[in-house]
Design a protein around this ligand. Structure first.
Ligand code: NAD
Length: 296
């Protein structure tokens, strides 16, 4: 099967690598050609535009930062639309707006192209290990056709409904996980400032009711002072904004989500937009004067 991948970033470089390693032909594109070099060295074919990727492939994947970038890749000059052929399948694996996915699905469907949204959870570690959770919205027959390719990236594949529903599931997940991220930072800033050893607090909370996935990453991130992404603050801010938009669309009040959005905004205003999402603790550390670190 000829496949294509657009968006060779922190996630996409691993995901595209797995497709290639599994033996599929792979055409690739990114705004930064240098990002694709390791894939090209392993046999991927470079295309100058998304339209060329679509023309060379039956199945195209994208992993792009924002709805605006997905819109550009699909509808822009030399976008995917210019290369699509009847029977092609397009799978957007970005965290994206459900309403944009529905619009793309309608437009692509009119020319016989199936659209799935398949956002992922598991972070860059899950992408690298090929253990992502994949939430898929769209036609089950099309999912069946591409399931083998998706399985190179993760075995936990959940069909969740029509196109757009993959992102509904993903935005609900990130609303929860980003709230855990912010409140874990607050709990640790408080506990350490008030005199508890960080390792002791971590040992207690990870076997108590405050346990969560974000805390479980602390030995690789906060405790080491390692705030390199991973999952960037600006992308988390995008995700919480998409969740709040969905709340407005469906009349669901999300007051905790609004607070988390403010927390991420504050972190960005302190200059940490391109840091990993655990960096929400840095403005707090500036206030307390006590870094949440383990002694080397
Ligand atoms: P990233 O910014 O590292 O990568 C995005 C890539 O897309 C970059 O290489 C960029 O050059 C490219 N790009 C942007 N606009 C483009 C365009 N118009 N045409 C071609 N290429 C373009 O982002 P990432 O961390 O890899 O995340 C990708 C998606 O996955 C996002 O939607 C994010 O929310 C989601 N996600 C990320 C993580 C994570 O841990 N990083 C986890 C789950 C989901």
């Amino acid at each position: 099967m000829n496949t294509g991948f657009i968006g060779i970033g922190n996630m996409g470089k691993h995901m595209a690598g797995h497709i290639l390693d599994a033996g599929y032909n792979l055409a690739v594109n990114d705004l930064r050609k240098e990002a694709a070099v390791p894939l090209l060295e392993k046999g991927a074919k470079w295309c100058d535009t998304p339209g060329e990727v679509a023309a060379a492939s039956r199945v195209v994947f994208t992993s792009l930062p924002t709805p605006a970038s997905v819109e550009d890749v699909v509808y822009g000059r030399n976008g995917l639309r210019t290369g699509w052929k009847e029977g092609d399948i397009y799978i957007d694996m970005s965290t994206n707006s459900p309403s944009l996915i529905r619009r793309i699905a309608r437009d692509a469907g009119a020319i016989g192209v199936a659209v799935l949204d398949a956002p992922v959870s598991g972070g860059t570690k899950g992408a690298e290990a090929g253990t992502l959770v994949i939430m898929v919205g769209g036609d089950p027959d099309s999912l069946q056709k591409v399931r083998g390719v998706l399985e190179t990236m993760g075995k936990k594949i959940f069909p969740v409904g029509d196109a757009g529903c993959g992102n509904v599931a993903k935005l609900a997940n990130n609303l929860i996980s980003l709230a855990c991220n912010s409140i874990s930072a607050e709990g640790f800033a408080l506990g350490i400032k008030a005199g508890i050893n960080p390792q002791v607090l971590w040992d207690i909370i990870t076997v108590s009711t405050g346990n969560n996935w974000c805390l479980q990453q602390y030995h690789n991130t906060t405790f080491k002072g390692n705030f390199e992404p991973g999952f960037r603050v600006d992308l988390a801010y995008k995700d919480i904004g998409l969740a709040l938009d969905l709340g407005k669309e469906y009349g669901v009040p999300l007051p905790v989500g609004v607070t988390v959005q403010k927390d991420l905004q504050n972190t960005m205003m302190e200059g940490f937009s391109d840091k990993g999402v655990d960096a929400v603790i840095l403005p707090l550390e500036n206030v307390t004067g006590v870094p949440v670190r383990l002694d080397e």
